[in-house]
Every structure is written in C-alpha cells, then in structure tokens.
Design a protein around this ligand. Structure first.
Ligand code: SAH
Length: 409
C-alpha cells in the first residue's frame, strides 16, 4: 500500500482570460472584474481563492479574489508585474493602509477607518477603529475562508482589545452555513458590555459595534461635522436623518441655541440622547436645548411649523441600484425643497448624499435647482466629498458628497 501523500494533490491555479475591454479596464487599475467579461476559465473556482488573469498575449495581467456568487466575479488585488500573494504581501498591504493614516489623527480622535475597501487595496473589506475595538466588516463571501489569516495579521499589527466581525446582509446565510460565522461575532477579546465609546475631535460618541448600521457609526461625516460646528453659533438647528446625533453634538459644542434631531428610528434617537449626555462637559452642549422628533422626515418637513437657521439633511442612500438614479435625483431635489422651505432668513442648508449611484455633480445640481426654485437669494459656501480615511480610488467608490448653501435675509 502506498503511504499517504504528504500534501494533497496540487490544484491547478485558477486562470482566466477576459474581454479586450475588460483588459484595458483592469490595466487602468479598476478593482472589479464582472462575470460577463470573462470568456475563459480553466476550471470552476472556489470562493476566496486567487484567480490569475492573463492577457491576450498570455502575459500576467492581474490577480484577485474569486467570488463565484457575485456578479463582481474577481476583486483585483494586484495588477501589473507578476506578484506572489503570500503572508508578506498581505502584511505590506496592511502597513500601507496604516501608514496612510499615521499622521491624520491625534489623541482627540480614536474613531476612524483603518481600511477602506478597494481604495486601500482590500476589496470588499472595511476595518474601523473605535478606541480599542476594531470592527471588521466584509461585503463579499470571498473573505470568509481567509478570516483566520487576516484576523491574525490585524491582531499582530494593530494594538486592540477586541475585534468584532460584521457581515453585509447578502453573505450572512453562507457565512453561517459554510463557515459558522455570524454577524456580530467576536473574533478577538471579550464582547463589549454595551456600546463602545470613542472620541472624534474630542467629542464622545457611542458606537453600536455589534449590530448598528455600517460598523456602528458614520465615521465618514467627521469633516462635515466640524464644518457644521463652525457654522452653528447662535443658530437653531434641525438635523434630519440624525441617526445618533453626530452633527448635533458638534453643533451644540459650536454654540447652537437649540438642536432638533429628526429620525424615523426611536432607537437612533435614544442613542442621540445618550451622545448628548456624554458631552455635557462642553459648555455649549450643556446649555443647548436638545429635542428629538420621531417621524418620517419627508412628511415632517412638509408640514408647517417653526423655522430653523441651520438644517442638515443627510438621508440614507436613495438609490440602491443604478436604475434608481433618476428617481433618486428627483427625491433629493424634493427633499431639499422641503428643507429650504423650513429655513429662516439667513439660514444655512447642509445637504448630503451617500448614494454611489448618484454622481456628485448630479446631486449638487439637484440641490441647486431646489434652491433656484425657492425663488430666494442664495450663495454656495462649499462642497465636500471624501475624507482622507475614506479614500475613493475609482468612480464607483465616490459615494459621499455634501453641499453648503446659505440663503441671505
Ligand atoms: N447623519 C447621520 C447618518 C444618517 S444615516 C450621521 O451623521 O451619523 C440615515 C438615518 O436616516 C438613519 O438613522 C435612519 O433611521 C434614518 N431614516 C431613514 N429613513 C428615514 C425617513 N424617511 N425619515 C427620517 N429618518 C429616516
């Protein structure tokens, strides 16, 4: 009888060839290869294995993570010269992401994004820091077979007490069935007892890391919150779609007279109250009148009532897919018209969009149209897009945009 083989039989590398159009897209650095661009595959691929893409001259073009269950069939890790994707390679990739943030934050900010998916070279993966808790969120099942490996790497390179795993909705079933992984699972350390508190520009916030939206907080609005703080003095502020009141606490610290948080979710508003309470050591927060309104913002804004001097409108994405883009643009225009009607003379509108399917220019134009249609004088103060810890390295990654308009008396 033959002795058992020391190694399992080598599986041939997954190799594929793609259309000419896709070749130039990949060569240009785009991180997604769609299933319909693949015209040759040497065998069936497994989720998460490395797929090597060859060009028409049979030369190495790129290598990426294969995902048989997603229309984005390969998420490119590397394109250009041939490279070996081994432990050292992953380590270098991580260090690049960490280095990019090294200068950006002082001790007053302990909550920020360490890895922002494709744009940091980690396609479909996000890593957020909330004080000593790391939250790892994955958006593709291709990471599931690699979780142990990357968790070990994060643990070695990033000081933290705890790592929490979050899964996008579409991969929860396969994660549970094939990998015994759950959304909210603790990968390292002990579960938190309640919310995790962290600092953003010295403001204390709670993050609901086990089950909150995104990874528990909207870290991407840090720069806009700072702006809002600088505009808030003496103003009555409305924060529509407030979630946990991020913009509101900053406005209060900046001297807002009053802040009204408006959200459809009672749970979000409870968190907003706690975030206010966490910051009463700032005189502005202690003296600011804070109220919460649980309502549909579109309906509530359409009813009469008091006017505000500063209105933040930061709704959830209004276009979940490309086909919803035109409808979303109309919805943004309508929403902002409703907001402008609630603005007192000299009021400021801060209008945001996080819909990747609505380009920044289309969104800004929708808000400007709403302003023009109001018949009021207005001037544009500024626009802001992605903060440095949420880089957007390709067009589809550009989701965040905010425009500031003032309507003089
Ligand atoms: N501006 C927030 C993030 C907003 S997230 C921040 O800086 O943290 C979007 C929020 O909109 C969620 O809290 C959600 O509960 C709320 N929401 C969704 N649909 C709504 C609606 N129709 N009316 C009011 N709030 C809504």
């Amino acid at each position: 009888m033959n002795p058992p083989a020391a190694n399992p039989p080598a599986v041939t590398r997954l190799r594929l060839r793609i259309t000419a159009a896709a070749e130039s897209i990949v060569r240009g650095g785009h991180p997604w290869l769609f299933a319909d661009s693949i015209h040759e595959l040497n065998r069936a691929g497994q989720s998460g294995e490395l797929a090597v893409i060859f060009d028409r001259k049979d030369k190495f073009l790129a290598v990426g993570l294969f995902d048989p269950d997603s229309p984005i069939r390969v998420r490119i890790l590397h394109a250009g010269k041939p490279a070996t994707i081994d432990a050292a390679w992953w380590q270098t990739r991580l260090e690049q992401a960490l280095d990019r943030r090294r200068e950006g934050f002082d001790a007053g900010t302990t909550g920020y994004r360490l890895i922002h998916g494709e744009s940091d070279g980690w396609p479909g993966l996000v890593l957020d820091r909330y004080d000593t808790t790391l939250v790892l969120k994955i958006y593709t099942a291709a990471w599931l077979p690699r979780l142990a490996e990357i968790t070990a790497l994060f643990r070695e390179k990033i000081p933290a007490d705890r790592i929490v795993l979050r899964l996008s909705r579409n991969i929860r079933a396969v994660a549970e069935k094939s990998f015994q992984r759950r959304d909210g699972q603790i990968l390292l350390g002990e579960p938190p007892s309640g919310s995790v508190v962290f600092l953003e520009n010295r403001v204390r916030f709670e993050a609901e890391v086990l089950q909150g939206q995104k990874t528990g907080f909207f870290l991407d609005q840090r720069e806009n919150r700072r702006e809002v703080e600088s505009l808030a003095r003496g103003r009555r502020m409305l924060n529509a779609f407030s979630f946990s009141g991020g913009f509101s606490v900053y406005a209060a610290r900046g001297g807002a007279l009053s802040v009204t948080d408006l959200d459809i979710s009672a749970h979000a508003l409870d968190s907003a109250k706690r975030n206010f309470a966490l910051n009463t050591h700032f005189p502005g927060v202690a003296s600011c009148r804070h109220e919460t309104v649980q309502a549909d913002a579109f309906e509530w804004l359409g009813t009469g009532g008091t006017l505000f001097d500063l209105i933040v409108l930061d709704p959830p994405s209004l276009a979940k897919r490309a086909t919803e883009r035109d409808g979303a643009v109309r919805a943004y225009e309508r929403l902002n018209s409703l907001g402008i009607a609630k603005l007192a003379p000299d009021g400021i509108l801060v209008a945001g969009s996080c819909s990747a399917h609505v380009p920044a220019g289309d969104f800004f134009d929708a808000v400007r149209r709403a302003a023009l249609k109001s018949g009021r004088q207005f001037r544009e103060l500024k626009t802001l897009q992605h903060p440095p810890d949420h880089p957007a390295g390709f067009k589809e990654a550009e989701y965040l945009k905010v425009i500031y308009l003032q309507f003089p008396a």
